[in-house]
Design a protein around this ligand. Structure first.
Ligand SMILES: *Cc1c(COP(=O)(O)O)cnc(C)c1O
Length: 360
């Protein structure tokens, strides 16, 4: 078959080894999964209950507009219902935006490293990719601005950035947006929004009021603990969202996912509790890094990036002790686990560091 040329340069998503395979290969009884930034406490018990009650009606299509969820999300965010587009995870919203805006004549601007899906879809649409290296894990906004021209359709801002965990504050983001041409869409991916504790973090949804070319992305996969059900959404100006709706498949979010997301959204106490525990775990890990002179980026998310040339070795040593981290070319990203997992991790990490020192 003759597929698009762009496809030939790509590889299908390679899933890592399964937890069961790792257990077997390493002779481990237990594995702590710290590689996908999932909520270690799962989802709100209220969402779980709603899920348990939702098992009927499988033969009937879901509500393609996700009206009940839409009404709740709009009121939660303080926006109009027609300003929201739902996707089967944020991944699909990223695909929808790319499909609607990109052509082979266009280009996209993004940081490097950042979330991988922005680039994937740009490649598939044949668009040119302009990446700007992060500086100490931070988006280099000046450099990104200098990359924008009349053919730039999308600028991707990941805030906090995955995998570095760093954030852009309100002042810097406002200044950046004011300097981007009005024809270029600025997408602010806030997959980790709920975990942020910094007081100068942008009130991004407010920015939508005066900037038609801005869109904000949120998901139920991270703090809300519903990664397995696939629901995420974008918020933007109603006229732009209505254009994007053309490229959305009519029944892209399942009834089950909509029901669970609604219940999850209502339980903000669960989120508050998870955020508190996460912050504590993050601080303990940061303190550990300071104490052992491990380079890291200060994080506002539910993970931390350790910057090291020894990433592969560290990854392997952690795996031997039952922790799956995520390896990157210049370091390791570790998700914050439960309180108990985090304490155990620090204790095991101490052994690893001691071992690494004596080995050198
Ligand atoms: C996890 C993640 C997403 C995708 O999440 P979904 O599970 O598809 O909702 C999008 N952006 C960033 C930055 C992420 O880390």
């Amino acid at each position: 078959m003759l597929v698009k040329n762009q496809i030939l340069s790509l590889q299908a998503y390679q899933p890592g080894k399964s937890v069961e395979e790792i257990k077997k290969d390493y002779g481990l009884a237990k594995i702590v999964k710290l590689n996908s930034n999932e909520n270690p406490y799962g989802c709100s018990p209220k969402a779980a209950e709603a899920l348990a009650r939702s098992s009927s009606q499988c033969a009937v299509y879901p509500d393609g507009q996700a009206m009940n969820l839409r009404t709740k999300a709009a009121s939660h965010l303080g926006v109009n219902e027609d300003q929201i587009i739902f996707g089967a995870g944020l991944d699909e919203v990223i695909q929808i935006i790319s499909r609607a805006l990109l052509t082979p004549e266009s280009n996209v601007v993004m940081a490097s490293p950042t979330f991988s899906q922005y680039k994937l879809h740009a490649v598939i649409e044949g668009a040119e990719i302009r990446e700007t290296a992060t500086v100490n894990g931070h988006h280099d906004l000046e450099s990104m601005l200098s990359q924008i021209d009349s053919q730039t359709r999308i600028v991707w801002i990941c805030n906090p950035n995955n995998p570095t965990g760093t954030y852009i504050n309100e002042t810097s983001l406002k200044d950046f947006i004011s300097r981007v041409p009005k024809e270029t869409l600025v997408v602010i991916d806030e997959a980790y929004y709920e975990y942020v504790t910094a007081e100068d973090f942008p009130h991004s949804v407010k920015l939508l009021e005066n900037n038609e070319n801005v869109m904000v992305l949120r998901t139920f996969s991270k703090a809300y603990g519903l990664a397995g059900l696939r629901v995420g959404y974008g918020i933007g100006s109603s006229s732009f969202i209505q254009k994007l709706e053309v490229t959305r498949l009519p029944f892209n979010t399942s009834r089950t996912a909509q029901i669970a997301a609604e219940a999850a959204l209502e339980d903000q106490n669960f989120i508050k509790e998870c955020v508190k525990i996460n912050e504590k775990g993050l601080k303990a890990l940061e303190a550990f890094c300071e104490e052992h002179q491990i380079n890291y980026y200060p994080s506002q998310a539910n993970f931390i990036f350790l910057k090291t040339d020894n990433g592969a070795k560290l990854y392997e040593l952690l795996l031997q002790k039952g922790y799956i981290a995520r390896l990157f070319p210049d370091g390791l990203r570790i998700t914050i686990g439960t309180e108990e997992e985090n304490e155990q991790l620090l204790s095991d990490f101490k052994d690893i560091v001691a071992h690494a020192h004596t080995a050198n």
